[in-house]
Design a protein around this ligand. Structure first.
Ligand code: ATP
Length: 247
């Protein structure tokens, strides 16, 4: 656990190939233009990206460079203006809203900066709810929620409310919740932003462990330079384009 594997930086070369069978995520020619009223803003300009299964992939870059927009498109939350995205060898950019929402539910776990836990539910209930949404109910859901909390080292805190947990513990509950239903892809937006150094490292080590042991593909948007050492690959964005990294 915690092995630092750095396979070099991604480069802005276009990838003009069809997805390989083993490809976790494949995006080609992704463009995104936001429109509000008469105002248009080009947030992404022809992004090509290929992420293998079981890899920890970081998206880094200055504020406003398009990281969250790209993550949202890769996760099927936002539809790009141009380009196509394949997840697990399925083209999500061709799916209907209903197909997409089912695909997200079945294959993607989400982790956000602000934890997004329900304050009135215990840690176990928060995880259980995510399992319920994935169709796992009753006693099995209760049992699995405890197993997931134990996997993130929180078995003893299962019955506590979020207000009685530290930031790091809350983020671990959020990870347990993202793991509900055993998704093959985890998308995390600034997962360590609200955490101190110790808890930030613990959260990242946990995500690494998932990627390495479970073959989960983990995509992380981050400003946190400490995470770099844990990444297999880093893509840097600037003004909506991939740029060479700053190592
Ligand atoms: N819904 C929207 N409507 C209009 N413009 C938007 C919208 N969402 C994002 N943008 C703009 O697109 C650009 C990229 O935003 P995005 O949130 O993807 O950047 P980011 O790199 O994640 O930034 P940060 O690190 O600050 O979170 C920004 O200039 C932002 O203002």
């Amino acid at each position: 656990m915690g092995n630092s594997i750095i396979n070099g930086w991604s480069r802005p070369n276009p990838i003009n190939i069809y997805p390989e069978k083993s490809c976790g995520i494949f995006a080609e020619g992704i463009g995104m233009t936001y429109q509000s009223g008469k105002e248009r803003f080009v947030a992404l300009k022809g992004i090509d990206l290929q992420i293998s299964k079981g890899v920890i992939q970081l998206l880094m870059g200055p504020s406003g460079s398009g990281k969250t927009t790209l993550l949202s498109i890769l996760a099927g939350i936002l539809t790009p203006t141009n380009g196509r995205v394949h997840l697990l060898d399925k083209e999500i950019t061709k799916m209907s809203r209903k197909q997409l929402s089912r695909f997200r539910r079945d294959h993607i776990g989400f982790i956000f900066q602000g934890f997004n836990l329900f304050p009135a539910l215990t840690a176990a209930e928060n995880v259980e709810l995510a399992l319920n949404i994935k169709g796992i109910k009753g006693k099995i859901a209760r049992q699995q929620s405890l197993e997931l909390l134990s996997q993130v080292g929180l078995a003893s805190k299962a019955q506590l409310l979020p207000r009685d947990l530290s930031g790091g513990q809350k983020q671990r509950v959020a990870i347990a919740r993202a793991l509900a239903g055993n998704p093959q892809i985890i998308m995390a937006d600034e997962p360590t932003a609200a955490l101190d150094s110790y808890n930030g490292q613990a959260v990242i080590e946990l995500l690494c462990q998932l990627a390495k042991e479970g073959g989960t593909t983990v995509v992380i948007v981050t400003h946190d330079p400490r995470i770099k050492a844990f990444a297999d690959n880093i893509t840097f964005l600037e003004d909506g384009e991939i740029v060479p990294g700053d190592s």
